[in-house]
Each structure stands twice: as structure tokens, then as C-alpha cells.
Design a protein around this ligand. Structure first.
Ligand code: PAN
Ligand code: ZN
Length: 190
């Protein structure tokens, strides 16, 4: 058995009604310019960056938990509502670097989808709504998409050693895109 890093037990404070981790220690911010090449409509993204002063699209609130074997990373992911062209705001999406590690997402607020895919061509989507937990099995890349008009907020828990592999998704994308058509959210498959 691998040796795990010693940590003194602790609690984490939440306001579940707001979907907020109150005593987070790190905050990762992703702005529109961080999502260049991810959306189908590059011009619409550039327009959003220029006219919206490079708006914040999503944040991840984190506790200082070791990114190593045996630990569980506990974070809150908060994705703003909006669209780039007709495509709803989404996270970059990633495989875990240690790809055989799972993750759970408990949706706290908002509405949207979890898009998932595997390296060998499977794809799958799950609806995200409050009080629904999505189990992302090992080997499935995952991306969240906000189809509502308020932030989509989830509590995520994943193994400390998982790591994030963004490169493969940046190059290949997902086979699913979630777009607005005639006023409703539609998942397109390529
Ligand atoms: C989540 C994600 C978070 C942001 O905590 O990191 O939703 O999405 P990206 O990392 O794809 O930008 C998670 O899946 N962690 O493993
Ligand atoms: Zn993940």
C-alpha cells in the first residue's frame, strides 16, 4: 500500500441553498479568453472577450487537500449562464491524468448537462439538476454545460491523485455540443 500524506481532520462549511463553499482556500478562475478554440464559433467568443471585457465564465473553489494517493479532493464548481453564439457556456473538460479514477458531482443549483466520452469512442450525457448526483466512472472525460439562467453549481469529489489531462480534450473536443434551438437546449452529436 502506498504511504499517504498525513493530514489533521477538518470540516468544510457550506451554504447549500446558495451552493457556496464558505471557507475555501483556493479559487481557480476561467475567463472567456481561457476557452479559445473550445467553442464552435471563434468569432462569437472573440466578440464576447472584446465587448464583455473578458468575462469570468467559471470558478472552482477548493480546499487545500493533497493531490496525492489516498486523499479525496473536495471542490465546488460554479459555471455562469450564457452562450457563445448558440452554444451554452461550458467547462474545458478533461480526462483525469490517472485515467482510472472516478468522480462524483452533486448538483446544488442550476440546470445543465454533464457530457462524457471515452478514448475508445463511447459517449454519454446526464442531466444536471439540484439533488441529482452524477457518477463519472474511471476513464470518462467530463465537461459540464449550463443550459439555465443562473449559475450551475456542483460539489465535486475525486481522488487526490487523479490530476487533470486537458490536452486531449483541447485537441479532440467532445462529440456532443449543447446549443440553443428555437428557445430550448439541444444536444448535437457529431
Ligand atoms: C471539476 C472540474 C471543474 C472545472 O472540479 O475541474 O468543474 O472544469 P475543468 O477542470 O474541466 O475546467 C473536476 O472534474 N475535477 O476533477
Ligand atoms: Zn474531473
Amino acid at each position: 500500500m502506498e504511504k499517504t500524506e498525513f493530514l489533521t481532520p477538518f470540516g468544510i462549511e457550506f451554504n447549500l441553498a446558495q451552493g457556496a463553499m464558505l471557507d475555501y482556500e483556493e479559487r481557480v478562475v476561467r475567463r472567456a479568453s481561457d476557452l479559445r478554440t473550445y467553442y464552435r464559433d471563434d468569432d462569437a467568443l472573440e466578440q464576447l472577450i472584446a465587448e464583455g471585457n473578458d468575462p469570468l465564465l467559471y470558478e472552482v473553489f477548493e480546499k487545500d487537500i493533497p493531490e496525492s494517493y489516498g486523499h479525496l479532493r473536495v471542490v465546488v464548481s460554479k459555471l455562469q449562464p450564457g452562450k457563445v453564439g448558440d452554444e451554452f457556456f461550458m467547462t474545458k473538460g478533461h480526462y483525469h491524468t490517472v485515467s482510472g479514477t472516478a468522480e462524483v458531482y452533486l448538483c446544488l443549483r442550476g440546470a445543465g448537462y454533464m457530457l462524457m466520452k471515452t478514448m475508445d469512442g463511447h459517449s454519454h450525457e446526464e442531466r444536471m439538476v439540484p439533488e441529482r448526483l452524477i457518477y463519472v466512472p474511471p476513464h470518462w472525460a467530463h465537461r459540464t454545460v449550463n443550459t439555465g439562467d443562473e449559475p450551475l453549481i456542483s460539489l465535486c469529489v475525486y481522488p487526490g491523485e487523479a490530476g487533470h489531462n486537458y490536452g486531449d480534450i483541447k485537441e479532440q473536443g467532445f462529440p456532443q455540443r449543447v446549443v440553443e434551438k428555437d428557445g430550448s437546449a439541444v444536444i448535437e452529436h457529431s
